[in-house]
Design a protein around this ligand. Sequence first.
Ligand SMILES: Nc1nc(=O)c2c([nH]1)NC[C@@H]1CN(c3ccc(C(=O)N[C@@H](CCC(=O)O)C(=O)O)cc3)C=[N+]21
Ligand SMILES: [Mg+2]
Length: 293
Amino acid sequence: MQLIDGKAISEQIKQEIAAEVAEIVAKGGKRPHLAAILVGHDGGSETYVANKVKACEVCGFKSSLIRFEADVTEVELLNKVKELNADEDVDGFIVQLPLPKHISEQKVIETIDYRKDVDGFHPINVGRMSIGLPCYISATPNGILELLKRYKIETSGKKCVVLGRSNIVGKPMAALMMQKAYPGDATVTVCHSRSKDLVKECQEADIIIAALGQPNFVKAEMVKEGAVVIDVGTTRVPSDKTKSGFKLTGDVLFEEVAPKCSFITPVPGGVGPMTIVSLMRNTLLAGKKEIYK
Ligand SMILES: Nc1nc(=O)c2c([nH]1)NC[C@@H]1CN(c3ccc(C(=O)N[C@@H](CCC(=O)O)C(=O)O)cc3)C=[N+]21
Ligand SMILES: [Mg+2]
């Protein structure tokens, strides 16, 4: 069994990005600038956004954090999005999800200029991704592709089961794993809460990508000997054993599943850090205007 070290790879990629930024700046080019909008004080969102700001520092990016209280109106938030769309200094920006119930996430995403949508959530980027055109690919699926690549994991002709059908992970992940490329060329099955034979599908899978948000959902009996297991889950489960009072828990019952795997990602230290690094890479592309002018 080989542990996929997302943390180590993410550190390596950040150094690669930092070197490229240093070169750009030395030649008189512009330092990439990522802005993030954070609404409310959700613990998970606070941590993820703080990690993004830290990663910007390591990569040599400029970063701006814009905060709103949870009772911000949709109009106020949309106005800030429009302001960032028009701000020539900002190369890319994200609005951290989830948003409070009174705000339409879809409306916010569609208001972001797709040329600055470094999350890759705008329908133009999603559409371009699904037909293989240059675009911003959403960070978590892209981070997973990078892990498969760096560990030289074979995907062509493999049976890949994606658990979960969210717009930000499950759907794009399935589209990417079936594309004519490496990583890709897999036979993809998507399972979700209404699937009838989820256990059987998993048992037949060469690659399982678990993105349901249900802690410890994937058990040993669901996994074939020698399978590759990618765990996207990051649920904060209460725990009295940690200082923070919670334990970050994946969708895979790691202790039980790991011995059966050829490769597995841990939580934390697997997909999460790669998600952040993918966002950094998209921001670098935005700064260089490589995808859209
Ligand atoms: N607009 C938007 N873009 C996102 O990309 C986005 C989002 N909203 N909302 C929530 C999800 C989740 N997500 C994670 C980012 C980093 C870690 C991460 O850094 N995880 C660390 C540990 C973090 C910790 O200590 O809690 C790890 O797994 O090792 C996890 C999850 C981005 N998302
Ligand atoms: Mg789901």
